[in-house]
Design a binder for this molecule. Structure first.
Ligand code: CTP
Length: 413
């Protein structure tokens, strides 16, 4: 996502300035070009040489300098970048930007910036909570600047409160969001992910190999594209993507309840969870002790969640998955039709690089018109974006559908 993007990083003079080094490394690691502007005070906390070494580019510190390339000015730096991140942003730079003061290279470059600008405030919690900083931040927001709220916790000055610079990962997420077209804004997407657990005593359960990676990738991609995302997840060792609302469930019955409760409120439902089809008919309240002979477990059917959604979905878009080890297309087509899905993402579990646990997937997307789109092996995040593109394409056809219905209703004289 950040590959080949040009990021201008403004570093100001707070103790969190040292974290700008790690941030620069992370940007570069993801393939971005980074140029750094440092204020005079920032250079007291971290050296320009460090930032130059990590960014691989000269560091800009002076407004008027003969040594730094003569064509470099606040204007050309502002023109160069796709996105401008000020991290950490002190109360001073926030105040100067809000008041229109340009008395050094960083503050004048902010004024000349036409690209998206992100301020990451970091300071003592009393300064942050005070009325002046609050007013200035409000002013920047109203002028279209993005603000990444600082975290709460122990601050370098020894006090506890809000004022800590968010982690490099969180800043990166925010920058990616700023560079991503918000083409899913207004959509409410419900994604299910992960396995379910069907217990038969307090210490044992039946489950499957699902890691939840595909569902989490879908939730993250949809959120970055501006959708409001609810993730209903079975037990998975993954972190909920920032900005996504997580509802944790364990069994298929719990997943069904969580999903059906929120169905009315969703415009798109994507069922990437690997739901157990059966659960033990009886759950023992105490641990089952081993005996000499074999143990027989009776299983009963779990609810088919997607089939029920299919019956109640109305105009909502429903995307399901089919995990198969044989007759991929045939089985997927039956599921698509019988469960009233709009798209089904079929993955052949027998192919290396596909299915559970992997970071990649190899899928075919089938639609109701009989179309089959075969995708090459891809990162799950890329597969997720592709599925979301298909959802958008279906959405774009909605007026066409409505027109078609209207035409059918026209009485001919
Ligand atoms: N699914 C569901 N509820 C179930 C089982 C599956 O909602 N009890 C959903 C899955 O989330 C997936 C789709 O149905 O989107 C297909 O799941 P899959 O396991 O491939 O197929 P099943 O319908 O369970 O059929 P079978 O196990 O017989 O292949």
């Amino acid at each position: 996502m950040l590959k080949n993007k040009k990021i201008l990083l403004g570093v100001t003079g707070g103790i969190a300035a040292y974290k700008a080094a790690e941030l620069t490394r992370e940007f570069v690691k993801r393939g971005a070009s980074v140029k750094v502007i440092m204020t005079a005070n920032a250079s007291k906390f971290i050296t320009p040489l460090t930032m130059q070494t990590l960014s691989g580019n000269p560091v800009y510190t002076e407004m008027f300098s003969l040594v730094e390339s003569p064509e470099i000015s606040h204007i050309s730096l502002a023109d160069w970048a796709d996105v401008f991140v000020i991290a950490p942003a002190t109360a001073n730079i926030i105040g100067k930007a809000a008041a229109g003061i340009g008395d050094d290279l960083l503050s004048t470059t902010i004024m000349a910036a036409r690209m998206p600008v992100l301020f990451c405030p970091a300071m003592n919690s009393n300064m942050y909570a005070g009325p002046i900083v609050g007013e200035n931040i409000g002013r920047l927001r109203r002028s279209g600047y993005r603000i990444l709220e600082p975290e709460s916790g122990e601050l370098a000055c020894g006090v506890e409160g809000a004022g800590r610079l968010p982690s490099a990962g969180e800043i990166l997420d925010e920058v990616e969001r700023m560079l991503t077209p918000q083409d899913l804004a207004g959509e409410k997407i419900l994604v299910t992910a992960g396995p379910t657990r069907e217990p038969f005593d307090p210490v044992r359960f039946i489950t499957n190999y699902s890691s939840g990676k595909m569902g989490y990738a879908l939730a993250e991609a949809a959120c970055k594209r501006g959708a409001c995302v609810l993730l209903v997840s079975g037990p998975a060792a993954l972190t909920c993507p920032r900005g996504v609302e997580l509802v944790g469930v364990s069994s298929a019955v719990e997943m069904k309840e969580a999903v059906m409760r929120r169905l009315q409120d969703s415009t798109v439902i994507i069922k990437a969870a690997a739901v157990a089809d059966y659960r033990p008919a009886q759950t023992s309240g105490a641990k089952i002790k081993k005996e000499a002979g074999p143990l027989r477990l009776a299983l009963e059917r779990n609810p088919d969640i997607i089939a029920e959604i299919g019956r109640k979905k109305g105009r909502r878009i429903l995307v399901g998955f089919a995990m198969e080890t044989e007759n991929l297309i045939g089985n997927a087509r039956i599921k698509l039709k019988e469960k009233n899905m709009d798209l089904i993402v079929a993955n052949d579990l027998s192919r290396p690089g596909s299915g559970f646990q992997n970071d990649t997937n190899i899928v075919k997307i089938l639609d109701r018109r009989g179309g089959i789109e075969e995708l090459p092996i891809m990162e799950k995040s890329a597969v997720a974006n592709h599925i979301l593109d298909r959802v958008l394409a279906l959405k774009a056809r909605e007026p066409e559908k409505k027109q078609g219905r209207a035409k059918k209703n026209v009485r001919r004289p």
